[in-house]
Design a protein around this ligand. Structure first.
Ligand code: SAH
Length: 235
């Protein structure tokens, strides 16, 4: 009896919350997932659910908000972009995250990919080389309640050794070569998902096995360049 009353009361509270904060973008977001993500072959229910939850419009500048759910990358200032929704979904899918996974992202940008990762993993560490972008992403994530995401301003070339090892590392800027520290910071069985190349880039997955690393080239992509130490001449 008491149980049923309580359930009814909780039901009311949820309904009231929903009424207080309607999301005008909810329909666009559901359409984005079915037409751009599922239609292109991503079927993992947890990945799809994460993309249905994260309010992508909250991660783009006000001037881009009307386009937030379109099938493309969008400018976020400082010459950088928020990746196309499908690319975010694909990289998330390739990371194959368990619920307690520890994840490192290089290239926080808007913070959107970090939020999607946080929906699926246990802890997310994200590094952004453009300090004002790092600050804005951290503020957006905090405002939306993503407490498991840790953002740091700096060059991600050397990873985040104090928080390693990671079950997955995602690099969301194109690197001319794979930063060695990122491979070193993978846990056994862990995966590094990284676009490699210059004008022509391939999305690669490096998986740490008992014997070393297995590499798979997945698809041609186009990301903004990774900057910083990865561009320095090799020693
Ligand atoms: N994941 C982002 C997309 C970011 S675009 C999102 O969801 O919005 C790539 C980002 O990588 C840019 O913000 C760029 O400034 C950053 N970046 C480039 N080189 C970097 C480096 N060496 N370390 C950390 N971030 C880097």
């Amino acid at each position: 009896m008491i149980g049923r009353e309580l359930a009814a009361a909780i039901g009311c509270a949820v309904a009231a919350l929903g009424a207080a904060a309607p999301d005008p973008y909810a329909a666009q977001r559901l359409r984005m997932v079915s037409e751009q993500i599922e239609a292109r072959g991503i079927s993992d229910a947890r990945v799809l659910a994460a993309l249905r939850r994260v309010p992508r419009h909250a991660f783009v500048p006000a001037s881009e908000r009307a386009h937030a759910y379109q099938d493309r990358a969008l400018p976020i200032g400082h010459g950088q972009t928020i990746s196309q929704p499908y690319v975010v979904a694909l990289m998330t899918d390739l990371a194959a995250l368990g619920a307690n996974a520890r994840v490192l992202e290089i290239g926080t940008g808007s913070g959107y990919q970090a939020a999607v990762l946080a929906e699926l993993a246990g802890a997310v560490y994200s590094i952004e080389i453009v300090a004002p972008l790092a600050r804005r992403a951290a503020a957006t994530l905090a405002q939306l309640g993503y407490r498991s995401v840790h953002v740091r301003a700096g060059d991600g070339y050397r990873g985040w050794p104090e928080a390693a090892p990671f079950d997955a590392i995602l690099v969301t800027a194109a690197a001319p070569r794979v930063p060695p520290a990122l491979l070193e910071q993978l846990a056994p069985g862990g995966r590094l998902v990284i676009p490699v190349g210059g004008a022509d880039q391939q999305l690669e997955v490096h998986r740490r096995t008992e014997r070393g690393f297995e590499v798979e080239r997945v698809v041609a992509v186009r990301f903004v360049p990774m900057t910083g130490e990865v561009r320095a001449p090799p020693p």
